[in-house]
Design a protein around this ligand. Structure first.
Ligand code: ATP
Length: 583
Protein backbone atom coordinates (compact mmCIF):
# COMPACT_ATOMS: atom_id res chain seq x y z
CA UNK A 1 0.00 0.00 0.00
CA UNK A 2 1.67 3.23 -1.11
CA UNK A 3 0.92 6.55 0.57
CA UNK A 4 0.79 10.03 -0.89
CA UNK A 5 4.23 10.72 0.64
CA UNK A 6 5.62 7.59 -1.12
CA UNK A 7 4.17 8.83 -4.43
CA UNK A 8 5.67 12.28 -3.95
CA UNK A 9 9.05 10.79 -3.07
CA UNK A 10 8.95 8.55 -6.17
CA UNK A 11 8.00 11.52 -8.36
CA UNK A 12 10.85 13.56 -6.85
CA UNK A 13 13.37 10.78 -7.55
CA UNK A 14 11.97 10.37 -11.09
CA UNK A 15 12.56 14.08 -11.77
CA UNK A 16 16.12 13.87 -10.42
CA UNK A 17 16.81 10.79 -12.55
CA UNK A 18 15.50 12.42 -15.72
CA UNK A 19 17.46 15.61 -15.06
CA UNK A 20 20.65 13.59 -14.60
CA UNK A 21 19.95 11.47 -17.72
CA UNK A 22 19.41 14.68 -19.71
CA UNK A 23 22.69 16.13 -18.40
CA UNK A 24 24.44 12.91 -19.45
CA UNK A 25 23.52 13.68 -23.08
CA UNK A 26 23.57 17.46 -22.59
CA UNK A 27 25.47 18.37 -25.78
CA UNK A 28 23.40 16.02 -27.95
CA UNK A 29 20.15 17.28 -26.41
CA UNK A 30 21.22 20.87 -27.16
CA UNK A 31 22.10 19.87 -30.73
CA UNK A 32 18.75 18.10 -31.10
CA UNK A 33 16.93 21.16 -29.79
CA UNK A 34 18.75 23.40 -32.29
CA UNK A 35 18.33 21.01 -35.22
CA UNK A 36 14.62 20.57 -34.58
CA UNK A 37 14.11 24.33 -34.16
CA UNK A 38 16.05 24.89 -37.41
CA UNK A 39 13.83 22.29 -39.14
CA UNK A 40 10.71 24.04 -37.83
CA UNK A 41 12.14 27.38 -38.98
CA UNK A 42 12.83 25.99 -42.46
CA UNK A 43 9.33 24.48 -42.48
CA UNK A 44 7.88 27.92 -41.64
CA UNK A 45 9.91 29.72 -44.31
CA UNK A 46 8.98 27.27 -47.08
CA UNK A 47 5.29 28.33 -47.56
CA UNK A 48 6.30 31.99 -47.74
CA UNK A 49 8.98 31.21 -50.34
CA UNK A 50 6.55 29.03 -52.32
CA UNK A 51 3.92 31.77 -52.26
CA UNK A 52 6.40 34.38 -53.41
CA UNK A 53 7.71 32.11 -56.22
CA UNK A 54 4.13 31.41 -57.36
CA UNK A 55 3.22 35.10 -57.44
CA UNK A 56 6.33 35.92 -59.49
CA UNK A 57 5.67 33.03 -61.91
CA UNK A 58 2.02 34.10 -62.36
CA UNK A 59 3.19 37.68 -63.02
CA UNK A 60 5.78 36.24 -65.48
CA UNK A 61 8.51 38.05 -63.51
CA UNK A 62 11.98 36.52 -62.95
CA UNK A 63 11.44 33.85 -60.24
CA UNK A 64 14.61 31.72 -60.49
CA UNK A 65 16.04 33.04 -57.22
CA UNK A 66 12.83 32.12 -55.30
CA UNK A 67 12.55 28.72 -56.94
CA UNK A 68 16.16 28.09 -55.86
CA UNK A 69 15.29 29.25 -52.33
CA UNK A 70 12.43 26.75 -52.29
CA UNK A 71 14.67 23.90 -53.52
CA UNK A 72 17.33 24.83 -50.94
CA UNK A 73 14.74 24.82 -48.14
CA UNK A 74 13.39 21.41 -49.22
CA UNK A 75 16.95 19.99 -49.24
CA UNK A 76 17.75 21.59 -45.88
CA UNK A 77 14.55 20.13 -44.41
CA UNK A 78 15.54 16.65 -45.59
CA UNK A 79 19.03 17.00 -44.05
CA UNK A 80 17.71 18.40 -40.76
CA UNK A 81 15.13 15.63 -40.60
CA UNK A 82 17.87 12.99 -41.00
CA UNK A 83 20.02 14.69 -38.34
CA UNK A 84 17.00 14.84 -36.00
CA UNK A 85 16.34 11.11 -36.46
CA UNK A 86 19.98 10.19 -35.73
CA UNK A 87 20.22 12.52 -32.71
CA UNK A 88 16.91 11.26 -31.27
CA UNK A 89 18.09 7.65 -31.62
CA UNK A 90 21.46 8.28 -29.96
CA UNK A 91 20.01 10.41 -27.14
CA UNK A 92 17.35 7.72 -26.46
CA UNK A 93 20.01 4.98 -26.41
CA UNK A 94 22.43 6.95 -24.21
CA UNK A 95 19.72 7.99 -21.75
CA UNK A 96 18.32 4.45 -21.52
CA UNK A 97 21.82 3.04 -21.02
CA UNK A 98 22.56 5.62 -18.32
CA UNK A 99 19.27 4.88 -16.51
CA UNK A 100 19.86 1.12 -16.66
CA UNK A 101 23.42 1.46 -15.33
CA UNK A 102 22.32 3.76 -12.55
CA UNK A 103 19.34 1.60 -11.53
CA UNK A 104 21.26 -1.68 -11.76
CA UNK A 105 23.98 -0.26 -9.50
CA UNK A 106 21.33 1.04 -7.12
CA UNK A 107 19.43 -2.26 -6.96
CA UNK A 108 22.64 -4.15 -6.19
CA UNK A 109 23.54 -1.43 -3.67
CA UNK A 110 20.22 -1.97 -1.88
CA UNK A 111 20.90 -5.70 -1.66
CA UNK A 112 18.28 -8.29 -0.69
CA UNK A 113 15.83 -5.55 0.41
CA UNK A 114 15.27 -4.73 -3.26
CA UNK A 115 13.93 -8.17 -4.16
CA UNK A 116 12.02 -8.36 -0.86
CA UNK A 117 10.14 -5.17 -1.74
CA UNK A 118 9.71 -5.36 -5.51
CA UNK A 119 10.33 -9.00 -6.51
CA UNK A 120 13.01 -9.97 -9.03
CA UNK A 121 10.66 -10.15 -12.07
CA UNK A 122 9.21 -6.70 -11.43
CA UNK A 123 12.71 -5.27 -11.00
CA UNK A 124 13.75 -6.75 -14.36
CA UNK A 125 10.63 -5.24 -15.98
CA UNK A 126 11.52 -1.83 -14.52
CA UNK A 127 15.18 -1.99 -15.55
CA UNK A 128 14.45 -3.26 -19.06
CA UNK A 129 11.05 -1.95 -20.23
CA UNK A 130 10.44 1.09 -18.04
CA UNK A 131 14.04 2.34 -18.39
CA UNK A 132 13.68 2.22 -22.20
CA UNK A 133 10.43 4.22 -22.05
CA UNK A 134 11.76 6.72 -19.53
CA UNK A 135 14.93 7.02 -21.65
CA UNK A 136 12.93 8.68 -24.44
CA UNK A 137 12.22 11.70 -22.20
CA UNK A 138 15.40 13.78 -22.76
CA UNK A 139 15.08 13.64 -26.57
CA UNK A 140 11.32 14.24 -26.46
CA UNK A 141 11.80 17.26 -24.20
CA UNK A 142 14.62 18.61 -26.37
CA UNK A 143 12.36 18.42 -29.42
CA UNK A 144 9.35 19.89 -27.60
CA UNK A 145 10.17 23.61 -28.16
CA UNK A 146 10.32 22.96 -31.90
CA UNK A 147 7.11 20.92 -31.77
CA UNK A 148 5.39 23.87 -30.08
CA UNK A 149 7.09 26.42 -32.34
CA UNK A 150 5.50 24.82 -35.45
CA UNK A 151 1.85 25.56 -34.59
CA UNK A 152 2.71 28.91 -32.88
CA UNK A 153 4.83 29.98 -35.88
CA UNK A 154 2.00 28.91 -38.21
CA UNK A 155 -0.49 31.19 -36.38
CA UNK A 156 1.98 34.11 -36.34
CA UNK A 157 2.62 33.65 -40.08
CA UNK A 158 -1.14 33.65 -40.71
CA UNK A 159 -1.35 36.93 -38.77
CA UNK A 160 1.49 38.39 -40.82
CA UNK A 161 -0.37 37.51 -44.04
CA UNK A 162 -3.61 38.97 -42.69
CA UNK A 163 -4.84 39.44 -39.11
CA UNK A 164 -8.23 37.89 -39.89
CA UNK A 165 -6.62 34.58 -40.85
CA UNK A 166 -5.01 34.31 -37.40
CA UNK A 167 -8.30 35.35 -35.79
CA UNK A 168 -10.18 32.50 -37.54
CA UNK A 169 -7.63 30.03 -36.27
CA UNK A 170 -7.50 31.39 -32.71
CA UNK A 171 -11.29 31.06 -32.42
CA UNK A 172 -10.81 27.28 -32.46
CA UNK A 173 -7.63 27.18 -30.36
CA UNK A 174 -9.30 26.67 -26.92
CA UNK A 175 -10.84 23.41 -28.14
CA UNK A 176 -7.43 22.14 -29.22
CA UNK A 177 -5.78 23.18 -25.92
CA UNK A 178 -8.45 21.37 -23.93
CA UNK A 179 -7.91 18.30 -26.06
CA UNK A 180 -4.16 18.23 -25.39
CA UNK A 181 -4.62 18.62 -21.63
CA UNK A 182 -7.05 15.70 -21.52
CA UNK A 183 -4.65 13.51 -23.48
CA UNK A 184 -1.71 14.29 -21.18
CA UNK A 185 -3.69 13.62 -17.97
CA UNK A 186 -5.61 10.50 -19.02
CA UNK A 187 -2.66 8.88 -20.77
CA UNK A 188 -0.50 9.40 -17.68
CA UNK A 189 -3.00 7.56 -15.47
CA UNK A 190 -3.60 4.63 -17.79
CA UNK A 191 0.10 4.29 -18.64
CA UNK A 192 0.90 3.98 -14.91
CA UNK A 193 -1.76 1.23 -14.52
CA UNK A 194 -0.53 -0.52 -17.68
CA UNK A 195 3.07 -0.56 -16.47
CA UNK A 196 2.07 -1.79 -13.00
CA UNK A 197 0.18 -4.71 -14.55
CA UNK A 198 3.22 -5.48 -16.75
CA UNK A 199 5.39 -5.51 -13.62
CA UNK A 200 3.02 -7.93 -11.85
CA UNK A 201 3.08 -10.30 -14.83
CA UNK A 202 6.89 -10.15 -14.94
CA UNK A 203 7.11 -10.84 -11.19
CA UNK A 204 4.78 -13.86 -11.40
CA UNK A 205 6.59 -15.16 -14.49
CA UNK A 206 9.96 -14.96 -12.73
CA UNK A 207 8.54 -16.98 -9.81
CA UNK A 208 7.05 -19.56 -12.18
CA UNK A 209 10.30 -19.95 -14.13
CA UNK A 210 12.29 -20.31 -10.92
CA UNK A 211 9.85 -22.89 -9.62
CA UNK A 212 9.30 -24.69 -12.92
CA UNK A 213 10.24 -28.09 -11.46
CA UNK A 214 7.74 -27.72 -8.65
CA UNK A 215 5.04 -26.62 -11.09
CA UNK A 216 5.73 -29.59 -13.35
CA UNK A 217 5.87 -32.03 -10.44
CA UNK A 218 2.53 -30.74 -9.18
CA UNK A 219 1.10 -30.87 -12.71
CA UNK A 220 -0.24 -27.33 -12.33
CA UNK A 221 1.07 -25.81 -15.56
CA UNK A 222 -2.37 -24.53 -16.61
CA UNK A 223 -3.13 -23.04 -13.20
CA UNK A 224 0.29 -21.44 -13.11
CA UNK A 225 -0.18 -19.95 -16.57
CA UNK A 226 -3.51 -18.52 -15.41
CA UNK A 227 -1.85 -17.12 -12.27
CA UNK A 228 0.96 -15.48 -14.25
CA UNK A 229 -1.49 -13.95 -16.71
CA UNK A 230 -4.08 -12.89 -14.14
CA UNK A 231 -3.10 -9.18 -14.40
CA UNK A 232 -3.72 -9.44 -18.16
CA UNK A 233 -7.31 -8.19 -17.76
CA UNK A 234 -6.12 -5.07 -15.91
CA UNK A 235 -3.35 -4.64 -18.50
CA UNK A 236 -5.85 -4.90 -21.32
CA UNK A 237 -8.23 -2.42 -19.64
CA UNK A 238 -5.42 0.09 -19.11
CA UNK A 239 -4.12 -0.44 -22.67
CA UNK A 240 -7.57 0.03 -24.19
CA UNK A 241 -8.16 3.13 -22.15
CA UNK A 242 -4.80 4.57 -23.24
CA UNK A 243 -5.53 3.98 -26.93
CA UNK A 244 -9.14 5.17 -26.52
CA UNK A 245 -7.91 8.48 -25.07
CA UNK A 246 -5.41 8.93 -27.86
CA UNK A 247 -7.79 7.71 -30.54
CA UNK A 248 -10.56 10.02 -29.35
CA UNK A 249 -8.16 12.98 -29.16
CA UNK A 250 -6.80 12.23 -32.63
CA UNK A 251 -10.36 11.89 -34.01
CA UNK A 252 -11.41 15.17 -32.40
CA UNK A 253 -8.27 16.82 -33.71
CA UNK A 254 -9.00 15.41 -37.14
CA UNK A 255 -12.53 16.80 -36.94
CA UNK A 256 -11.52 20.24 -35.64
CA UNK A 257 -8.37 20.73 -37.73
CA UNK A 258 -9.99 20.53 -41.21
CA UNK A 259 -12.73 22.91 -40.07
CA UNK A 260 -10.13 25.46 -39.00
CA UNK A 261 -8.16 24.79 -42.18
CA UNK A 262 -11.29 25.29 -44.24
CA UNK A 263 -12.15 28.49 -42.38
CA UNK A 264 -8.66 29.94 -43.03
CA UNK A 265 -8.80 29.02 -46.74
CA UNK A 266 -12.34 30.42 -47.09
CA UNK A 267 -11.36 33.76 -45.49
CA UNK A 268 -8.18 33.82 -47.63
CA UNK A 269 -10.38 33.23 -50.72
CA UNK A 270 -12.63 36.15 -49.79
CA UNK A 271 -9.57 38.36 -49.27
CA UNK A 272 -8.20 37.19 -52.64
CA UNK A 273 -11.49 38.15 -54.33
CA UNK A 274 -11.20 41.60 -52.74
CA UNK A 275 -7.60 41.88 -53.94
CA UNK A 276 -6.29 42.05 -50.40
CA UNK A 277 -4.21 38.86 -50.90
CA UNK A 278 -2.29 37.37 -53.81
CA UNK A 279 -2.64 33.78 -55.07
CA UNK A 280 0.77 33.06 -53.48
CA UNK A 281 -0.53 34.40 -50.14
CA UNK A 282 -3.50 32.01 -50.34
CA UNK A 283 -1.14 29.09 -51.01
CA UNK A 284 1.08 30.13 -48.08
CA UNK A 285 -1.95 30.65 -45.79
CA UNK A 286 -3.24 27.19 -46.66
CA UNK A 287 0.09 25.61 -45.70
CA UNK A 288 0.43 27.69 -42.51
CA UNK A 289 -3.04 26.57 -41.48
CA UNK A 290 -1.80 22.95 -41.75
CA UNK A 291 1.23 23.78 -39.60
CA UNK A 292 -0.91 25.64 -37.06
CA UNK A 293 -3.28 22.68 -36.70
CA UNK A 294 -0.44 20.17 -36.22
CA UNK A 295 -2.22 18.87 -33.14
CA UNK A 296 -2.16 15.26 -34.31
CA UNK A 297 1.62 15.28 -33.96
CA UNK A 298 1.37 17.00 -30.59
CA UNK A 299 -1.12 14.38 -29.35
CA UNK A 300 1.39 11.62 -30.15
CA UNK A 301 4.26 13.51 -28.55
CA UNK A 302 2.34 14.33 -25.40
CA UNK A 303 1.11 10.75 -25.03
CA UNK A 304 4.70 9.51 -25.43
CA UNK A 305 5.90 11.94 -22.77
CA UNK A 306 3.10 10.86 -20.43
CA UNK A 307 4.06 7.18 -20.84
CA UNK A 308 7.72 8.05 -20.27
CA UNK A 309 6.80 9.99 -17.14
CA UNK A 310 4.86 7.05 -15.73
CA UNK A 311 7.84 4.77 -16.48
CA UNK A 312 10.26 7.21 -14.82
CA UNK A 313 8.06 7.19 -11.74
CA UNK A 314 8.45 3.40 -11.49
CA UNK A 315 12.21 3.90 -11.62
CA UNK A 316 11.84 6.63 -8.99
CA UNK A 317 10.07 4.13 -6.70
CA UNK A 318 13.16 1.91 -6.80
CA UNK A 319 15.31 4.94 -5.92
CA UNK A 320 13.21 5.66 -2.83
CA UNK A 321 14.67 2.49 -1.29
CA UNK A 322 18.05 3.75 -0.06
CA UNK A 323 21.23 1.90 -1.00
CA UNK A 324 23.34 0.60 1.85
CA UNK A 325 25.61 3.37 3.12
CA UNK A 326 29.19 2.57 4.08
CA UNK A 327 31.51 4.32 6.48
CA UNK A 328 35.09 5.54 6.24
CA UNK A 329 36.64 4.07 9.38
CA UNK A 330 39.48 1.75 8.39
CA UNK A 331 39.47 -1.78 9.75
CA UNK A 332 42.43 -2.18 12.12
CA UNK A 333 44.56 -5.35 12.13
CA UNK A 334 42.88 -7.91 14.30
CA UNK A 335 42.09 -11.57 14.78
CA UNK A 336 38.54 -11.30 13.34
CA UNK A 337 36.58 -10.99 16.57
CA UNK A 338 32.87 -10.79 15.82
CA UNK A 339 30.47 -9.32 18.30
CA UNK A 340 26.69 -8.92 18.20
CA UNK A 341 25.41 -6.42 20.77
CA UNK A 342 21.68 -6.31 21.47
CA UNK A 343 20.88 -7.22 17.87
CA UNK A 344 17.20 -7.16 16.92
CA UNK A 345 16.05 -7.93 13.39
CA UNK A 346 12.42 -7.87 12.28
CA UNK A 347 11.05 -9.71 9.30
CA UNK A 348 7.44 -9.92 8.18
CA UNK A 349 6.37 -7.73 11.13
CA UNK A 350 7.94 -9.81 13.90
CA UNK A 351 11.28 -9.80 15.69
CA UNK A 352 13.02 -12.93 14.34
CA UNK A 353 16.10 -12.04 16.41
CA UNK A 354 15.38 -10.15 19.60
CA UNK A 355 18.21 -8.51 21.51
CA UNK A 356 20.86 -11.08 20.62
CA UNK A 357 24.27 -10.77 22.31
CA UNK A 358 26.99 -13.04 20.98
CA UNK A 359 30.79 -13.00 20.79
CA UNK A 360 32.90 -15.09 18.43
CA UNK A 361 36.55 -14.74 19.55
CA UNK A 362 39.04 -14.22 16.72
CA UNK A 363 40.35 -17.39 15.13
CA UNK A 364 37.63 -19.63 16.56
CA UNK A 365 34.77 -21.51 14.92
CA UNK A 366 31.20 -20.97 16.06
CA UNK A 367 28.39 -23.19 14.82
CA UNK A 368 24.91 -21.63 14.83
CA UNK A 369 22.14 -24.15 15.29
CA UNK A 370 18.41 -23.98 15.88
CA UNK A 371 15.14 -25.22 14.54
CA UNK A 372 14.05 -24.32 11.05
CA UNK A 373 13.04 -20.66 10.98
CA UNK A 374 14.96 -19.84 14.18
CA UNK A 375 16.85 -17.07 12.38
CA UNK A 376 20.21 -18.77 11.65
CA UNK A 377 20.50 -17.43 8.09
CA UNK A 378 19.40 -14.01 9.27
CA UNK A 379 22.11 -14.00 11.91
CA UNK A 380 24.67 -15.10 9.28
CA UNK A 381 23.52 -12.25 7.01
CA UNK A 382 23.84 -9.69 9.81
CA UNK A 383 27.29 -10.96 10.83
CA UNK A 384 28.81 -9.91 7.49
CA UNK A 385 26.44 -6.99 6.82
CA UNK A 386 24.45 -8.49 3.99
CA UNK A 387 21.67 -6.94 5.98
CA UNK A 388 21.50 -4.39 8.83
CA UNK A 389 19.84 -5.02 12.20
CA UNK A 390 16.83 -2.91 13.18
CA UNK A 391 18.48 -2.33 16.56
CA UNK A 392 21.82 -3.13 18.09
CA UNK A 393 25.23 -3.35 16.51
CA UNK A 394 27.54 -5.88 14.89
CA UNK A 395 31.26 -5.25 15.40
CA UNK A 396 34.33 -6.69 13.74
CA UNK A 397 37.54 -6.27 15.73
CA UNK A 398 35.84 -3.54 17.72
CA UNK A 399 34.57 -1.53 14.73
CA UNK A 400 30.83 -1.38 13.98
CA UNK A 401 30.28 -2.89 10.52
CA UNK A 402 28.24 0.18 9.47
CA UNK A 403 31.34 2.36 9.90
CA UNK A 404 33.56 0.28 7.64
CA UNK A 405 34.18 1.18 4.00
CA UNK A 406 32.67 -1.19 1.45
CA UNK A 407 35.99 -2.63 0.27
CA UNK A 408 37.43 -3.18 3.76
CA UNK A 409 34.28 -5.02 4.81
CA UNK A 410 34.07 -7.24 1.72
CA UNK A 411 37.79 -8.04 1.87
CA UNK A 412 37.45 -9.03 5.52
CA UNK A 413 34.35 -11.24 5.30
CA UNK A 414 33.82 -14.14 2.89
CA UNK A 415 30.59 -16.08 2.45
CA UNK A 416 29.41 -19.43 1.11
CA UNK A 417 25.72 -20.25 0.72
CA UNK A 418 23.52 -23.32 0.39
CA UNK A 419 22.58 -22.37 -3.19
CA UNK A 420 25.48 -20.25 -4.42
CA UNK A 421 24.92 -18.00 -7.41
CA UNK A 422 27.79 -18.66 -9.79
CA UNK A 423 28.49 -15.44 -11.63
CA UNK A 424 31.35 -14.03 -13.61
CA UNK A 425 31.62 -15.98 -16.88
CA UNK A 426 33.97 -18.96 -16.65
CA UNK A 427 34.24 -21.36 -13.75
CA UNK A 428 37.62 -19.82 -12.87
CA UNK A 429 36.11 -16.33 -12.83
CA UNK A 430 33.16 -17.53 -10.77
CA UNK A 431 35.51 -18.90 -8.11
CA UNK A 432 37.63 -15.73 -8.14
CA UNK A 433 34.59 -13.41 -8.09
CA UNK A 434 35.32 -10.21 -6.15
CA UNK A 435 39.03 -10.90 -5.66
CA UNK A 436 41.29 -8.03 -6.76
CA UNK A 437 43.80 -10.28 -8.58
CA UNK A 438 42.88 -13.96 -8.45
CA UNK A 439 45.83 -16.03 -9.70
CA UNK A 440 45.11 -19.38 -11.43
CA UNK A 441 47.21 -21.06 -8.72
CA UNK A 442 45.07 -19.62 -5.91
CA UNK A 443 41.83 -20.61 -7.70
CA UNK A 444 42.98 -24.20 -8.26
CA UNK A 445 44.22 -24.53 -4.69
CA UNK A 446 40.86 -23.29 -3.36
CA UNK A 447 39.01 -25.69 -5.68
CA UNK A 448 41.18 -28.60 -4.45
CA UNK A 449 40.38 -27.68 -0.81
CA UNK A 450 36.67 -27.61 -1.63
CA UNK A 451 37.01 -30.97 -3.47
CA UNK A 452 35.84 -29.30 -6.67
CA UNK A 453 39.03 -29.60 -8.72
CA UNK A 454 38.29 -33.11 -10.07
CA UNK A 455 34.89 -32.36 -11.53
CA UNK A 456 35.96 -28.95 -12.85
CA UNK A 457 38.78 -30.63 -14.80
CA UNK A 458 36.26 -33.01 -16.35
CA UNK A 459 34.22 -30.08 -17.75
CA UNK A 460 34.58 -29.50 -21.54
CA UNK A 461 37.04 -26.59 -21.10
CA UNK A 462 38.04 -27.22 -17.50
CA UNK A 463 38.34 -23.98 -15.56
CA UNK A 464 37.66 -22.00 -18.76
CA UNK A 465 34.19 -23.53 -19.17
CA UNK A 466 31.42 -20.97 -19.08
CA UNK A 467 29.41 -21.53 -15.88
CA UNK A 468 26.20 -21.56 -17.89
CA UNK A 469 27.62 -24.52 -19.88
CA UNK A 470 28.87 -26.37 -16.80
CA UNK A 471 26.35 -29.06 -15.84
CA UNK A 472 26.53 -29.60 -12.11
CA UNK A 473 24.62 -31.13 -9.23
CA UNK A 474 23.55 -29.24 -6.12
CA UNK A 475 26.58 -30.58 -4.24
CA UNK A 476 28.96 -29.61 -7.05
CA UNK A 477 27.52 -26.09 -7.07
CA UNK A 478 28.06 -25.92 -3.32
CA UNK A 479 31.66 -27.02 -3.74
CA UNK A 480 32.26 -24.22 -6.25
CA UNK A 481 30.70 -21.79 -3.77
CA UNK A 482 32.97 -23.15 -1.05
CA UNK A 483 36.00 -22.84 -3.34
CA UNK A 484 35.10 -19.18 -3.79
CA UNK A 485 34.92 -18.74 -0.01
CA UNK A 486 38.28 -20.50 0.46
CA UNK A 487 39.89 -18.35 -2.25
CA UNK A 488 38.53 -15.24 -0.56
CA UNK A 489 40.89 -15.61 2.40
CA UNK A 490 39.33 -12.87 4.57
CA UNK A 491 39.64 -12.86 8.36
CA UNK A 492 36.03 -14.02 8.77
CA UNK A 493 34.37 -16.84 6.85
CA UNK A 494 30.62 -17.33 7.09
CA UNK A 495 29.11 -20.57 5.81
CA UNK A 496 25.32 -20.38 5.65
CA UNK A 497 24.25 -23.98 5.33
CA UNK A 498 26.93 -24.28 2.64
CA UNK A 499 27.58 -27.99 3.24
CA UNK A 500 23.95 -29.16 3.18
CA UNK A 501 24.02 -30.88 -0.25
CA UNK A 502 27.28 -32.74 0.33
CA UNK A 503 27.49 -36.41 1.19
CA UNK A 504 28.78 -37.04 4.70
CA UNK A 505 32.27 -38.14 3.57
CA UNK A 506 32.79 -35.04 1.41
CA UNK A 507 31.38 -32.86 4.18
CA UNK A 508 33.82 -34.41 6.66
CA UNK A 509 36.80 -33.77 4.36
CA UNK A 510 35.78 -30.19 3.70
CA UNK A 511 35.07 -29.48 7.36
CA UNK A 512 38.53 -30.81 8.25
CA UNK A 513 40.12 -28.60 5.57
CA UNK A 514 38.05 -25.64 6.72
CA UNK A 515 38.96 -25.98 10.37
CA UNK A 516 42.55 -26.88 9.63
CA UNK A 517 43.39 -23.87 7.48
CA UNK A 518 44.94 -21.94 10.33
CA UNK A 519 43.91 -20.03 13.47
CA UNK A 520 44.02 -16.67 11.67
CA UNK A 521 40.44 -16.99 10.55
CA UNK A 522 37.14 -16.75 12.38
CA UNK A 523 34.42 -19.07 11.12
CA UNK A 524 30.70 -18.94 11.58
CA UNK A 525 28.88 -22.05 10.39
CA UNK A 526 25.13 -22.38 10.12
CA UNK A 527 24.79 -26.07 10.81
CA UNK A 528 21.94 -28.56 10.54
CA UNK A 529 23.98 -31.69 11.22
CA UNK A 530 25.24 -32.57 14.66
CA UNK A 531 28.56 -33.74 13.14
CA UNK A 532 29.23 -30.23 11.85
CA UNK A 533 28.29 -28.65 15.18
CA UNK A 534 30.59 -31.12 16.94
CA UNK A 535 33.62 -29.86 14.98
CA UNK A 536 33.15 -26.26 16.11
CA UNK A 537 34.90 -24.67 19.10
CA UNK A 538 31.51 -23.55 20.35
CA UNK A 539 27.85 -23.74 19.39
CA UNK A 540 25.29 -20.90 19.62
CA UNK A 541 21.81 -22.38 20.01
CA UNK A 542 19.08 -20.07 18.70
CA UNK A 543 15.60 -20.47 20.06
CA UNK A 544 12.61 -18.11 20.21
CA UNK A 545 14.54 -15.18 18.75
CA UNK A 546 17.31 -15.38 21.35
CA UNK A 547 20.56 -17.23 21.99
CA UNK A 548 19.36 -19.92 24.34
CA UNK A 549 22.83 -21.26 25.11
CA UNK A 550 26.43 -21.09 23.99
CA UNK A 551 28.69 -24.02 24.73
CA UNK A 552 30.49 -27.01 23.36
CA UNK A 553 28.35 -29.41 21.39
CA UNK A 554 29.06 -32.31 23.80
CA UNK A 555 27.83 -30.25 26.75
CA UNK A 556 24.69 -29.04 24.98
CA UNK A 557 23.98 -32.56 23.76
CA UNK A 558 22.97 -33.46 27.29
CA UNK A 559 19.88 -31.28 26.83
CA UNK A 560 17.00 -33.15 25.24
CA UNK A 561 15.64 -30.04 23.50
CA UNK A 562 19.05 -29.40 21.97
CA UNK A 563 19.17 -32.98 20.69
CA UNK A 564 15.67 -32.48 19.27
CA UNK A 565 17.03 -29.69 17.06
CA UNK A 566 18.92 -32.44 15.23
CA UNK A 567 15.93 -34.76 15.19
CA UNK A 568 17.24 -36.90 18.04
CA UNK A 569 14.01 -37.73 19.85
CA UNK A 570 11.14 -35.45 20.87
CA UNK A 571 11.83 -32.51 23.16
CA UNK A 572 11.12 -33.32 26.78
CA UNK A 573 10.73 -31.25 29.92
CA UNK A 574 14.01 -29.62 30.92
CA UNK A 575 16.09 -31.53 33.44
CA UNK A 576 18.49 -30.14 35.99
CA UNK A 577 21.34 -30.79 33.57
CA UNK A 578 19.39 -28.91 30.89
CA UNK A 579 19.11 -25.89 33.15
CA UNK A 580 22.82 -25.95 33.93
CA UNK A 581 23.75 -25.20 30.32
CA UNK A 582 21.26 -22.35 29.80
CA UNK A 583 22.83 -19.03 28.82
N1 ATP B 1 12.18 -11.22 3.80
C1 ATP B 1 11.49 -11.80 4.75
N2 ATP B 1 10.20 -11.46 4.97
C2 ATP B 1 9.48 -12.05 5.93
N3 ATP B 1 9.97 -13.01 6.74
C3 ATP B 1 11.24 -13.39 6.56
C4 ATP B 1 12.06 -12.82 5.56
N4 ATP B 1 13.28 -13.41 5.63
C5 ATP B 1 13.20 -14.32 6.64
N5 ATP B 1 11.99 -14.30 7.18
C6 ATP B 1 11.52 -15.13 8.29
O1 ATP B 1 12.50 -15.08 9.30
C7 ATP B 1 12.58 -16.34 9.94
C8 ATP B 1 14.03 -16.79 10.01
O2 ATP B 1 14.48 -17.10 8.72
P1 ATP B 1 15.90 -17.78 8.52
O3 ATP B 1 16.05 -18.05 7.07
O4 ATP B 1 16.94 -16.95 9.18
O5 ATP B 1 15.71 -19.14 9.34
P2 ATP B 1 16.72 -20.35 9.49
O6 ATP B 1 16.89 -20.56 10.96
O7 ATP B 1 17.94 -20.13 8.70
O8 ATP B 1 15.83 -21.49 8.88
P3 ATP B 1 16.24 -22.82 8.07
O9 ATP B 1 17.00 -23.70 9.01
O10 ATP B 1 14.92 -23.43 7.73
O11 ATP B 1 17.04 -22.40 6.89
C9 ATP B 1 11.69 -17.29 9.18
O12 ATP B 1 10.50 -17.47 9.90
C10 ATP B 1 11.40 -16.57 7.89
O13 ATP B 1 10.11 -16.85 7.45
Amino acid sequence: MTTRADDDAAAGHARTLLRAATRHSGARCAALCLVSIAATGAGLLLPAALGRALDLLLAQAPATRWVLYCSGLVLLLALLDAAETVLTGTVDARSTGWLRRRLTGHVLGIGPRATDRFGSGDLVARLVGNAAEAGTTPAARAALPAALAGPVGGVVALGVIHWSLAAVFLAGAPVLTLLLRTVARDTSESAARYQQAQGRIAAALAEAVEGVRTVRAAGTEDKETARVLRPLAALSRAGHRMWRVQGRAAAQAIAVAPLLHLGVVAVAGVLLARDRLSVGDVLAASRYAVLATGVGVMVGRLAGLARARAAARRLGEVETEPATAFGTRRLPDGPGRLELRGVTARRGGRAVLDGVDLVVPGGTTLAVVGRSGAGKSLLAALAGRLSDPDAGEVLLDGVPLRELPHDDLRRAVGYAFARPALLGGTVEQAIGLGLPSPSPGLIREAARTALADDFVRRLPDGYDTDVTDAPRSGGESQRLGLARAFAHGGRVLILDDALSSLDTVTERHITDALLGDGPDRTRLLVAHRSATAACADAVAWLDGGRVRAVGRHEELWRVAEYRAVFGEGPPSAATDTDRSVRA
